[in-house]
Design a protein around this ligand. Structure first.
Ligand code: NAD
Length: 502
């Protein structure tokens, strides 16, 4: 099937995807027989039916991961062997990429071509993690005196629970799972219940690639039930969570009862700072791409444009004009750039943020409404007249809603950029090297793009400052996050007794 020419009629001609729970290497129904149905947010048709896990299933999955870690082959095999299996997973993903992309689009609402790029990008993460499986190593100290040799080992941390959101389901599980596996950990994975399909399909690929039973367990289920069980269970050693800051904070607090290690990727209110000497066309394009990509349902969305007051009016007008050209529609249609909002709840959240912006005195210069009544689509929306304390300048909307604010000088721009609780990412637009570097060094965020936006590479660490998260994913240290450090102190020769009779 060529994904760019899939038409809705073909996509819905076949039966909905059927997914079960993957526990200890077997596909099973929920203990209580519960099921969960997913409707396409763009077409309002049933596209998948799942077994829906409860507490008992979560406990079985944790027990399977525990046994696989404590007694199974995975943590004990050579890095080279784990690397071989991770590469086989990457190849398995590529072999099924059109199938994965279609299911991602049907469940999430994003354009099919975008889903395909994300699946291919995810395969690259599995390939990259395979290289790290062979390179994970500790350290040694030959500087501790004649009688002592210090050796620092990296031990896989154990059972990791991986909880993911609905905006980039396959990409985000691939930012976590291959790195945990490369380190030798076992895992229980809980995708967001509305977009579980591609994670369940990944389970099929993992088994085909030779991942042993119990090493990866996959549960479709509610955060408040399955997520909560994973977060609080004493047999889970680490929580790797991507989602909202509010739920993330609760999860950290609950996980503290068993003092788990946590890795948190949370929300953002990311600024793009535009100086008068920017490459105008590139900056306008990035402003529009940065907010409408994935319908703005992106932790990294550039949801604030901070633009120098000398060009602010003209720049806002250019954004409005370019925004009118953005093609919103059926994510299965070729050429569509922005698809549907993924959930009904998110649609309501977006519209309430727009209403709050109006109420606070901002101007909705473009859009601001739902499009039609079938499928959940929102107009590209530009809000001007925004001041620093308005909710639209502070809160993550997670939709195609851009806030534009003027600044006077670099200091003012930095104050605005750093003036939220978040610190995930930012961009700087200027042709002047000093301006870019000065701004980049002063912005408190985990990723700063200079004269570009939303690029990602497996080699580069990703994560947030402040309430955008704890820890970093990707990059060469990504596997280390899934390890404990163990110190060996080796004493050579005889040791002087402490107890000396007087
Ligand atoms: P969410 O916080 O509602 O849900 C995330 C996951 O947590 C889901 O799997 C959900 O089922 C689970 N969950 C819900 N309640 C839980 C509980 N009590 N215990 C344990 N798990 C629970 O987030 P969402 O709406 O799915 O995703 C959107 C959010 O994710 C946005 O805030 C976005 O910024 C953030 N996000 C961050 C990154 C990043 O890398 N920083 C990437 C993507 C999304």
């Amino acid at each position: 099937m060529n994904p760019t020419t899939t038409n809705p009629a073909t996509a819905f001609a076949r039966a909905p995807y059927q997914g079960k729970l993957l526990i200890d290497g077997a596909w099973v129904d929920a203990a209580d027989g519960a099921t969960h149905e997913r409707r396409s947010p763009a077409h309002d048709k049933v596209v998948a039916v799942y077994a829906k896990a409860g507490v008992a299933d979560a406990e079985r999955a944790i027990a399977a991961a525990r046994v696989a870690f404590d007694r199974g082959p995975w943590p004990r095999m050579k890095g080279a062997e784990r690397a071989r299996i991770l590469r086989a997973v990457a190849e398995g993903i590529l072999a099924r990429r059109h199938e994965l992309a279609l299911l991602e689009t049907l469940e999430n609402g994003k354009p099919l071509q975008q889903s395909l790029s994300e699946i291919e990008g995810a395969a690259d993460l599995w390939h990259y993690a395979a290289t790290l499986a062979r390179n994970l190593h500790g350290d040694s100290y030959n500087t501790l005196g004649e009688n002592t040799l210090g050796v620092v080992l990296r031990d896989p941390i154990g059972v990791v629970c991986i909880i993911t959101p609905w905006n980039f389901p396959f990409l985000i599980v691939s930012q976590k799972l291959p790195f945990a596996l490369a380190a030798g950990c076992t895992a229980v994975v809980k995708p967001a219940e509305v977009t579980s399909g591609t994670t369940v399909m990944l389970g099929e690929i993992l088994i085909a690639a030779g991942v042993p039973a119990g090493v990866v367990n996959i549960l479709v289920g509610l955060g408040s039930v399955v997520g909560d069980t994973l977060v609080t269970h004493p047999d889970v050693d680490m929580l790797s969570f991507t989602g909202s800051t509010a739920v993330g904070k609760q999860a950290v607090a609950k996980s503290a009862q068993t003092l788990k290690k946590v890795s948190m990727e949370l929300g953002g209110k990311n600024p793009q700072i535009v100086f008068p000497d920017c490459d105008w066309d590139a900056a306008v394009d990035a402003a529009v791409f940065g907010i409408y990509f994935n319908a703005g349902q992106c932790c990294n969305s550039g949801s604030r444009i901070l633009v120098h007051e000398s060009i602010a009016e003209r720049f806002a007008a250019a954004i409005v004009e370019r925004s009118k050209q953005v093609r919103v529609g059926d994510p299965l249609s070729e050429g569509v750039q922005v698809g549907a909002i993924t959930t009904n709840r998110q649609l309501e959240t977006i519209l309430s943020h727009i209403a709050a912006a109006r109420q606070a005195g901002a101007t909705v210069a473009l859009g601001g409404s739902r499009i039609g009544t079938t499928g959940m689509f929102v107009e590209p929306t530009v809000v001007t007249g925004v001041t620093r304390d308005m909710p639209i300048a502070q809160e993550e909307v997670f939709g195609p809603v851009l806030a534009v604010m003027p600044f006077k000088d670099l200091d003012h721009a930095i104050a605005l950029a750093n003036g939220t609780l978040y610190g995930l990412s930012a961009a700087v637009w200027s042709q002047d090297f000093s301006t870019c570097l000065s701004a980049a060094r002063r912005i408190k965020a985990g990723t700063i793009w200079v004269n570009t936006f939303l690029e990602g590479h497996a080699e580069l660490p990703f994560g947030g400052y402040r309430e955008s998260g704890i820890g970093r994913e990707l990059g060469r240290f990504a596997t280390e996050d899934y390890t404990e450090t163990k110190t060996l102190q080796l004493h050579l020769g005889g040791r002087t007794d402490w107890y000396l009779p007087r």
